[in-house]
Design a protein around this ligand. Structure first.
Ligand code: AKB
Length: 325
């Protein structure tokens, strides 16, 4: 990777991935592609190039690819699962139409493409525990339908046109930098904000709802390592199961209480999110990623919790000081 375009660059993953990529490949060589409704700010804006790239506009993608001589595209534009259920047509337009536009530009200009899939690509008939790499994918959500379609379309472009497409199935991602918006796994981020703010957390999912989760530094490393992997070792391409931890609301709540003893939680169930979560795996088997490109997570629930609490406290303190000043 030399010249990289990140589409959806101001979102939860994009905003952090860009900073990490700039640290490795050089500030000037990583372009933040954004939509006018979500422009880059602060260090993201100041540290390197930024261009308007609406994934539903193929000409805009092609213009930026030509202008910066892009060889790798990270396509992170998507609606998360719960929001997608409210706007299924838009979810398809962005998730599949946008991917098609990206792959066509990549085919014409010789770019590699990373488009994340998700635990949401699985469904009620998938084996739920230690879900294998190759298994039944019949998702019950439009989000999952776009993710499975994206996996198939990306593999097709690799086979038919030689486009270097690779990706991973992300679990729920937890970070203290940019909040997610409209996902089913968002509770596992929100719970840390409540703990640090000293608020009682209202949990939208019931006890016993297990899902795979991952701390953002591991997820960013996965997104980079898969694109740098030796292609001759890859049996799979789109998309690899990756995993680091699986928990339910009780487990994460009790882990946080080890560090914030007075923290309280009550259940206020969100039927849509519960239904989606129930259709997703409890845990993934990531042995193919481990064997084919040496994937290995670094953070477990305890290490993530300690890091989240320290950094979230700092972040909220800085924000409070800025409001006062
Ligand atoms: C969501 O909850 O929609 C996402 C995901 C697991 O893909 N975080």
């Amino acid at each position: 990777m030399k010249n990289i375009l990140v589409i959806g660059g101001t979102g939860q993953i994009g905003s952090e991935l860009i900073m990490k990529l700039r640290g490795i490949y050089g500030n000037e060589n990583v372009v933040c592609g954004y939509i006018p409704a979500a422009p880059p700010k602060g260090i993201l804006l100041e540290s390197g190039p930024a261009e308007v790239v609406d994934i539903t506009n193929p000409q805009q993608i092609a213009d930026v690819v030509k202008k910066y001589n892009i060889d790798t595209i990270y396509n992170l534009a998507a609606l998360l699962s719960a929001v997608a259920e409210a706007k299924p047509q838009l979810a398809w337009h962005i998730g599949v139409g946008g991917l098609f536009n990206t792959l066509e530009v990549a085919r014409e200009h010789g770019c590699a493409v990373f488009t994340p899939s998700s635990i949401g690509s699985f469904g009620p008939t998938t084996p739920h525990v230690k879900t294998p790499q190759d298994t039944i994918q019949r998702p019950a959500t439009i989000y999952g339908v776009t993710k499975v379609s994206g996996e198939l379309l990306s593999d097709y472009y690799a086979r038919r046109f030689g486009v270097d497409t690779r990706s991973v199935r992300f679990p729920g991602l937890i970070s203290y930098t940019t909040p997610p918006g409209g996902g089913t796994t968002d509770y596992a981020v929100d719970i840390y904000y409540s703990a640090v703010k000293g608020e009682k957390f209202k949990c939208p999912l019931k006890p016993g709802t297990f899902m795979d989760m991952m701390y953002m530094p591991d997820a960013l490393r996965a997104a980079i390592e898969i694109m740098e992997a030796d292609p001759t070792r890859l049996v799979h391409r789109n998309s690899f199961n990756i995993a680091s931890m699986s928990f339910d609301p009780e487990i994460i709540y009790n882990k946080i209480r080890e560090y914030v003893p007075g923290f309280e939680m009550e259940y206020e169930l969100d039927p849509l999110r519960q239904k989606i979560a129930d259709s997703w795996p409890d845990s993934l088997d990531d042995s193919c990623a481990r064997n084919e490109w040496d994937w290995k997570p670094e953070f477990d629930l305890d290490a993530m919790t300690q890091d989240m609490l320290v950094n979230l406290r700092k972040k909220l303190l800085v924000e409070a000081e800025m409001v006062e000043a």
